[in-house]
Design a protein around this ligand. Structure first.
Ligand code: BDR
Ligand code: CA
Length: 312
């Protein structure tokens, strides 16, 4: 199996990526680190613990990371993910039984990379603050990172400004560091993640599993659908983040192209945009893999199967 560290900001779609990574035998989920993004890091950490508790995912350490971007103010996505960052299901007020690791995210990433016999794949599905901070703090450990497979950016329009996607806009400097790190990066941006729509048919398949976890997943998707309808007028919300782990499980699910990718740091209207040179017109080396086309049926088969396996 592919050894993986998830760095995330759950977040409805992040939650499904945790389920997929924990459920599928092709992935070895070594650790989960959290970052501020969809909500504050306090909330995204609690949410990661809630998801793991509800799904019976035990023994995977969960550590909290950065609560602010490297530069500029923090932004959250309350309009999409709600005040808790994971609105919809009633998790109750009690503490989830999966604990928080006492280490901070950077220490957990370091310890995990050092302990694992082979290089580990990093899967960031939130702002890239933790990953950039890690690369800055531990340049000597970059060789222990196999590759970085992230959700973020877009080859065209954004979703938070006309030009910028949320994860990149939250911390453009961090994204610039990660994309310029020299490590192999695979990017799943909005163009391809918008092909993973949680349609009523998909929700019905999950509901039909009839387990407590499937009910929770339906509640998550129902809430996510309501905010996507309200904010973007979309009928079925795109489940962005799990394209990353789905790609690790089955590389044939997403068609990739290679391109030079740069992050706009200074534009008047375009800060946080990913500029993707699909036509190779800049002459810059095409060093980033960019997802462009998804086998949506194959993707949803993996998600439904993950919920089934974990739901007992
Ligand atoms: C990304 O932003 C977040 O709201 C989602 O969890 C996803 O990672 C999509 O732009
Ligand atoms: Ca996310």
């Amino acid at each position: 199996p592919v050894p993986v560290i998830l760095d995330c900001d759950p977040g409805h779609d992040d939650a499904f990526n945790i389920l997929l990574a924990a459920a599928h035998p092709a992935v070895e989920l070594l650790a989960i680190t959290t970052v501020a993004g969809n909500q504050t890091v306090e909330k995204t950490t609690l949410n990661a613990r809630r998801v793991c508790s509800a799904a019976g995912i035990r023994g995977v350490p969960i550590a909290a990371g950065r609560d602010r971007p490297l530069h500029g103010p923090r932004r959250v996505a309350e309009n999409i993910h709600g005040g808790s960052g994971l609105d919809g299901p009633g998790f109750g007020e009690g503490e989830p039984d999966v604990p928080q690791d006492p280490r901070d995210a950077l220490t957990l990433i370091r310890d995990t990379l050092l302990a694992h016999p082979s290089p580990v794949t990093l899967v960031p599905t939130g702002p890239l603050t933790n990953v950039a901070a890690f690369l800055l703090a531990h340049p000597g450990l970059a060789a222990r990172i196999e590759r970085i497979v992230l959700m973020g950016g877009s080859t065209g329009r954004g979703n938070t400004t006309p030009a910028a996607e949320f994860n990149i806009l939250c911390d453009p400097e961090a994204a610039d560091i990660v994309l310029g790190s020299g490590l192999p990066v695979t990017m799943f941006g909005l163009d391809v993640t918008h092909q993973a729509r949680a349609t009523p048919e998909v929700v019905a398949r999950i509901a039909a599993l009839g387990t407590p976890l499937s009910r929770l997943c339906v509640e998550l998707l129902t809430y996510f659908a309501s905010t996507y309808r309200e904010v973007y007028g979309l009928d079925a919300p795109p489940l962005h983040d799990p394209l990353t782990v789905a790609h690790l499980i089955d590389p044939s699910l997403v068609r990739l192209v290679r391109a030079a990718v740069r992050v706009e740091l200074r534009g008047t209207y375009t800060r946080g945009a990913t500029v993707v040179d699909l036509d190779g017109v800049t002459g810059l080396p095409a060093e980033t893999e960019v997802g462009v086309e998804l086998d949506a049926d194959g993707f949803w088969d993996l998600i439904v199967e993950a919920v089934r396996v974990l739901g007992g």
